[in-house]
Design a protein around this ligand. Sequence first.
Ligand code: AR6
Length: 180
Amino acid sequence: MGKQSIRGITVEWLTGDIANQPDMDIVVNAANAELGTGGGVAGALHRAAGPGLEEECGELGPIKPGEAVITSAHGLPNRYVVHCLGPVYGRDIPEESLLTSCYRRALQLADDTRLSSIAFPAISSGAFGYPPDDAARVAVQAVLAALPKLKFIRHVRFVLFSDTDLQRYERLLGGKVPAS
Ligand code: AR6
């Protein structure tokens, strides 16, 4: 794991389960268009949240690639869940701007709650087939670009599922600025 302080905001990367981040106000779901339960991140979050999350989500979907919506967290140990629909690689284009839009909109929704922390999974890099190196680069660029606009968020965490992904983020963020 590692962290950097960038513009007064802690940006952190670690391996873990997005459904088990009890110190984060908001967690992000790598959702499907209908915002239903599924595999990967969506499955883990819905299992931990319980049926109330699916009920609330049912009224908000479907959403389009690049969009994000916010719900309460139900049985999860957080305050809110932001559901992002990442692009399916090779189908939803342009992939990079759609994936960037997910991170940007999620951060905006999170900041609007006036809470201070949010955890992201590696959106689109699983079932949606986005090459993980490219997905990591886009994720980091999108978050760094959005930091100056944030008024309340002070902690952004990337929750990764493999050591390989952890090394990708370490390469992208590790040397950015001196840790504080
Ligand atoms: N915590 C953190 N990361 C995880 C977890 C977890 N519990 N589980 C998987 N990952 P994916 P996508 C990693 O497929 O590509 C779903 O079925 C995973 O290894 O969850 O946006 C939905 O219903 C990968 O690196 O999201 C959608 O249909 C990353 O999280 C579709 O998959 C994203 O994998 C969304 O696909």
